[in-house]
Design a protein around this ligand. Structure first.
Ligand SMILES: Nc1ncnc2c1ncn2[C@@H]1O[C@H](COP(=O)(O)OP(=O)(O)OP(=O)(O)O)[C@@H](O)[C@H]1O
Ligand SMILES: [Mg+2]
Length: 223
């Protein structure tokens, strides 16, 4: 069953010096897929995730999510779509410096009005699985890259959103911590969630159900 469809997407950045990040990009993702996206630096991978999450507006082409035309979705509806359906692990983590790790992870639960006691047990369970329990009262600035990455992953998955978009989620991690992340992702996949994972790591891609490759803003291969 189709979850989302991108058709002939184009996206250009910049005003004077234009960069065409996506150039006729097509992708259909089915419900409960675990999809890997690979491709060289600058090929357009993060741009694809930003379009799917509704963070970037598409310029040309069409984007359907559960058969809804997303190009007509704006403002509050888009914010609600992101809050209710999407979890994003940003390439640069995007943790909020003014909040502790605990409050960063708690944020999506607060936005969806989860009661505090329930939120607390969910946060502690996720932190345990990702090996960051001892870091919960720290500030993001006090974390190593790999610790920040795991905190960002905890925040993205805490509400178990329908779709998890992860931009190089194991990029800053050693093998053992990379495995912890993949275990959490496999668990969500088994529960029926859809995962789209940008990765440079062939062993991560090998654990996904399908891999696509992007080159110059277009799909260049699939397996
Ligand atoms: N905000 C922006 N302003 C201007 N150019 C941008 C912006 N974001 C991305 N680009 C350009 O668009 C192209 C695609 O960028 P994107 O971030 O999608 O690449 P990527 O495949 O994620 O690369 P990496 O593996 O290095 O993360 C690149 O040429 C990049 O320089
Ligand atoms: Mg990127």
């Amino acid at each position: 069953m189709e979850l989302l469809r991108l058709q002939k997407i184009t996206k250009t950045y910049g005003t004077k010096k234009k960069v065409r990040a996506l150039n006729g990009f097509d992708l259909t993702v089915n419900k409960n897929e675990m999809l890997a996206i690979m491709g060289r630096s600058g090929s357009g991978k993060s741009t694809v995730l930003n379009i799917i999450a509704g963070i970037d507006r598409l310029e040309g082409g069409k984007y359907y999510f559960e058969n809804t035309d997303m190009s007509t979705m704006t403002g509050d509806r888009m914010t609600r779509f992101r809050r209710d359906k999407i979890g994003v692990v940003f390439q640069h983590f995007a943790l909020i410096d003014e909040y502790t790790v605990y409050n960063n992870i708690a944020l999506p639960l607060k936005l969806s009005k989860c009661p505090d006691a329930k939120a607390d047990s969910m946060i502690r369970e996720a932190a345990g699985k990702l090996g960051i329990t001892s870091l919960l009262s720290k500030n993001p600035r006090e974390l190593s890259g790999g610790e920040a990455q795991r905190a960002a992953i905890a925040r993205a998955i805490i509400t178990e959103p329908k779709v998890i978009l992860a931009d190089e989620p194991t990029g800053a991690l050693d093998e053992e911590n990379g495995k912890k992340i993949m275990n959490v992702f496999h668990e969500l996949h088994k529960k029926g969630n859809t995962l789209i994972i940008v990765t440079h790591d062939p062993s991560v891609a090998a654990q996904c159900s399908r891999t696509i490759c992007i080159k110059d803003g277009k799909v260049c291969g699939t397996e």
